[in-house]
Design a protein around this ligand. Structure first.
Ligand code: F6R
Length: 615
């Protein structure tokens, strides 16, 4: 939440920072601002609204130029979104300026102290308190900026990724992190600061990721100096070479990132199993599992922790792992797990699933599980993210950057990784015959082609969307492996179209939701031809007798449901446990088209942020 960008070097900082903020806008988009050092003083422009609003504000200025600057796109926590609360924030003297992603929890006590000492505040933010605390320390103890930042951070409680500079020393930016991500792009005689690498990937592939409780002074013509905030010890910077490229983070001809990401799924799923699913050898190879096989085989149970869409992927995994590996699985909302004193010990394995690898609740759940002695395995998409580093071992999804706020390819690639894990464990445990194992490998390999085929239903989904776009409510029903797909379908619709939607196990309908059904209620039913098929057909009959409008996702060639439903979208046949990888696609497309038709901001829906780094 909140995106931060900084630049120091030989280029004009404004365009670099502006473009960087546009790339980070998925993190928060209720206000934006940039501060530059123009060679003489700090100049600032900030506004409520999107980065585009900031851009038009700056376009009215006579000049806005400099080679050093910091910028911010905000997702409000303390203080409503308005111009005053937008970042960057000045210190009282006007010498220091800061951007901040995170929350300073003890800001109120610190603010009272600063007010007593004569400081005044023009915003309601915790961030303005922090910059004045730094100024107060700098003045009273006559410290350099880096030292003053360090002393101040030792007094604050909370989470932060910050970048600060001082008009009196305009050749350096001081950065620090605790609980919010911060990357430094290392170019030739220039440095970039950002919440992730997307703002600087077109300039450099070399990046240093700060760890929690580390700070760095980024100074022109000097190597980066990293220190531990608490004990002041020096840390040698580890410069990583990044593998992402510019194309992956641009729209590539699609109207929205979400649509691009939906259509990327065949490729993304292939990237997920590439090098892991080895058909010729008839094996699955995953280093994170092989290295810890003993732990997995001896585990009493697996607990999956995640939030949102990742939690839905966890639910699919529960069905798959229990079915194939015969080990009990529990799926927990990370936000609940972290606060409920769970019974957990060193015989438990916790699998934490997170696209961003930065979700605060999931991170806290991981810390708790580790404290209680569990072995924690991460399934993340963003390489080098906090969760990928905080877990004992893990597997990346390799979906490539997901920029649309609504998760799509993250979901299907998470399911793919979790299926690979289940198959590998089933093989090792002997809960699956060799023939069955091989049959699953062969089928999993065909999934990208089948997803490609489902994507051809795009025009049909659009047509259905045009019929139901004005509905006030939607129901989504599914059973077995496809129950979580119903939950995910409903989540996709509500988050980008703002239409109320609920997902239910189809059989639960009669225990309540059936009361909602009338001729105005569209109901998406996943009615693929597996074990529960006949029962789902009965549910469809029940809906039909109450005049509900049925949008059915069916197995190719199904005639029975076609006769009953108002609309059918076909998916190719596959193994039941792999079917969520197909059935979820038409629901993603349906939500997408409804949201577009309603004029919603599909990639940046209101109130949401891609990476939820606060509780
Ligand atoms: C929904 C969505 C969110 C995320 C959730 C967890 O489309 O994107 O529900 O799934 O915030 O995020 P990660 O997976 O990054 O931990």
């Amino acid at each position: 939440m909140c995106g931060i960008v900084g630049y120091i070097g030989h280029r004009e900082a404004y365009p670099v920072i502006l473009k960087g903020l546009q790339r980070l806008e998925y993190r928060g988009y209720d206000s934006a601002g940039i501060a530059l050092y123009d060679g003489n003083e700090i100049i600032l422009s900030k506004t409520k609204g999107k980065v585009a609003d900031l851009e038009s504000k700056v376009s009215n200025l006579p000049s806005f130029s400099g080679n050093l600057g910091i910028g911010h796109t905000r997702w409000a926590t303390h203080g409503v979104p308005n111009d005053e609360n937008s970042h960057p924030h000045f210190s009282n003297s006007g010498d220091l300026v800061i951007i901040h992603n995170g929350i300073i929890e003890n800001y109120s006590a610190l603010k009272k102290e600063l007010i007593k000492r004569g400081y005044t505040f023009s915003s309601d933010t915790d961030t303005e308190v922090l910059i004045n605390l730094i100024e107060d320390i700098q003045k009273n103890s006559n410290l350099k900026l880096g030292k003053a930042v360090q002393v101040a951070l030792n007094q604050v409680v909370g989470a932060y990724a910050i970048a600060v500079f001082d008009v009196k020393k305009p050749n350096e930016i001081v950065v620090a992190r605790l609980g919010s991500p911060l990357a430094i792009g290392v170019g030739e005689n220039e440095f970039f600061i950002a919440s992730d690498a997307s703002p600087f990937i077109e300039y450099t592939n070399n990046a240093v990721y700060l760890e929690d409780e580390e700070m760095a002074v980024v100074r022109l013509k000097k190597p980066i100096k990293i220190r531990k905030i608490k004990d002041d010890s020096l840390v040698s910077p580890y410069i990583q070479e990044l593998k992402i490229n510019l194309e992956q983070i641009e729209k590539g001809g699609y109207d929205h990132f979400m649509l691009k990401e939906i259509f990327e799924q065949p490729h993304a799923i292939k990237d997920t199993y590439r090098g892991r699913l080895l058909i010729d050898e008839g094996i699955i190879k995953m280093a994170g599992i092989e290295d810890n096989m003993g732990k997995f085989l001896n585990a009493n149970r697996i607990i999956i922790v995640a939030c949102g869409t990742s939690w839905h992927a966890g639910l699919v995994a529960e069905y798959i792992i229990e079915d194939l590996v015969r080990v009990p699985v529990e799926v927990e909302y990370a936000s609940e797990f972290r606060y409920r004193n769970p019974v957990i010990n060193d015989k438990d394995i916790v699998i934490a699933i997170s696209q961003s690898g930065e979700t605060a609740d999931t991170l806290a759940a991981i810390k708790l599980a580790k404290e209680k002695g569990a072995f924690v395995f991460g399934v993340c998409n963003v390489v080098g993210s906090t969760i990928s580093r905080e877990t004992h071992a893990g597997a990346y999804t390799h979906a490539g950057p997901e920029i649309g706020v609504a998760s799509t390819k993250a979901f299907t690639t998470q399911i793919t990784v979790l299926t690979l894990i289940a198959l590998r464990l089933a093989k090792a445990k002997g809960t699956m015959s060799s023939t069955d194992f091989r049959r699953h490998l062969v089928e999993l390999e065909t999934i990208p082609e089948k997803v490609e085929e489902v994507l051809k239903s795009d025009a049909l989904s659009k047509e259905i969307a045009s019929i139901y776009k004005d509905a006030k409510n939607f129901l989504y029903l599914g059973r077995g492996f496809n129950f979580p797909v119903a939950l995910e379908g409903a989540l996709k619709l509500k988050e980008i179209s703002y239409i109320h939607a609920e997902g239910y196990p189809a059989a639960e309908m009669k225990h309540g939701p059936i009361a909602l059904i009338d001729e105005n209620m569209p109901i998406a039913v996943i009615a693929t031809k597996y074990g529960h098929y006949e029962k789902v057909v009965s549910n469809i009959q029940e809906i039909k007798s109450r005049k509900g409008k049925i949008i059915a996702v069916v197995t190719k060639g199904d005639e029975q449901v076609r006769d009953l439903a108002d609309h059918v979208i076909e998916v190719p046949e596959t193994l039941e446990l792999l079917s969520p990888l197909l059935t979820t696609i038409p629901l993603q497309l349906l939500s997408y088209h409804i949201a577009v038709m309603l004029g919603r901001n599909v990639d940046q829906p209101r109130n949401l942020a891609k990476s939820v780094t606060v509780e």
